[in-house]
Design a binder for this molecule. Structure first.
Ligand code: GDP
Length: 296
């Protein structure tokens, strides 16, 4: 993951390190290459501009004060800023409310939403000993509800029984009622996706949100789709409001751009990473680790 960006940045700082002195000109020269690397990694332009400006300010102010080489110092400053831009420390799923804590999963069709719902449910069940109920609100894709039920069996997590022809909002309300009556700790709602964002979908999700008051609205986004994922994130944030992001297909992603720009564009933390098709292919998002990988 993030290999190309990492390689670019190492290349950019190699020359600086060899030169052994850090001036305003050196910083600017290095940052020009950082800028290109970030753009090539699909980071959105305004995000790149802000990032470069803040690194420049810090880098020039701190020059020649440390015993490390100038190159190492710029690398460190870029690293620290990357960690900060990616969101500081790792944040888990927020369940701090009166049970059942509702977690609403949103995102485009094919982003990995249903799989991610089951992954999170399995982790909460096994690792945190939570009683989790899952419900699919996707009545458009015929097999979607059954898909979640099958994943539920694999994960040993209960799913709401399917009633044919029941509309999404009604399912959501019934799920909440069931979770409350049967004293579940967590209710995970897998909302319907579309291939593209449309008004009907946004209104449907907004109504579900109003009815179920989720403590977490997690946007599931495919890291492989780069700039598209960023646009999707912005629209969901503007129209629905999300509390966090789960980035999927990070196992196949060679670039870091999506993570950096989605965080910047939504202002919301990336909370989890999907790293494969299996239900245990779920990782916490550690900004420092990702920044380290970006820098190589
Ligand atoms: P949905 O339409 O958003 O609900 O997407 P699905 O959950 O059905 O996932 C679509 C496809 O992506 C399935 O084949 C999943 O196994 C696969 N998938 C989901 N998450 C990941 C991931 O993190 N890595 C990989 N490699 N595949 C994933």
């Amino acid at each position: 993951m993030f290999e190309s960006l990492s390689q670019k940045l190492s290349g950019a700082f190699e020359r600086l390190t060899r030169r052994g002195a850090l001036s305003e000109g050196d910083v600017d020269e290095a940052l020009r290459e950082v800028r290109v690397a970030l753009l090539e990694a699909d980071v959105a332009l305004p995000v790149v501009k802000d990032f470069i400006a803040s690194v420049r300010e810090a880098a020039i102010g701190e020059a020649v004060l440390k015993s490390i080489t100038p190159g190492q110092m710029v690398v460190k400053i870029v690293h620290d800023h990357l960690v900060q831009a990616l969101g500081g420390g790792a944040e888990g799923i927020n369940l701090a409310t009166t049970p059942p804590a509702v977690v609403l999963m949103v995102g485009l069709q094919g982003s990995g939403k249903t799989t991610s719902t089951a992954k999170i449910a399995m982790r909460l069940t096994r690792r945190e000993r939570k009683r989790v109920l899952m419900a699919s609100l996707d009545t458009r894709r015929p097999a979607a509800q059954q898909q979640l039920a099958t994943l539920g069996q694999q994960a040993e997590v209960k799913t709401l029984n399917i009633i044919g022809g029941e509309p999404p909002l009604a399912i959501a309300k019934r799920a909440l009622q069931t979770a409350t009556l049967e004293a579940f700790d967590v209710l995970m709602l897998d909302s319907a996706g579309r291939l593209h964002i449309d008004d009907e979908l946004m209104e449907e999700i907004a109504a579900i949100k109003t009815a179920t008051k989720p403590i977490e609205t997690l946007l599931v986004a495919d890291a492989m789709t780069g700039q598209d994922a960023v646009n999707v994130a912005k629209t969901f944030q503007d129209r629905i409001g999300v509390t966090g992001i789960m980035l999927t297909r990070v196992d196949g992603d060679a670039r870091g751009g999506a993570a950096l720009s989605m965080r910047a564009v939504t202002g919301q933390p990336i909370k989890l990473l999907g790293v494969g098709e299996k239900l245990d292919a779920l990782e916490d998002f550690h900004p420092d680790r990702i920044a380290g990988r970006i820098l190589g």
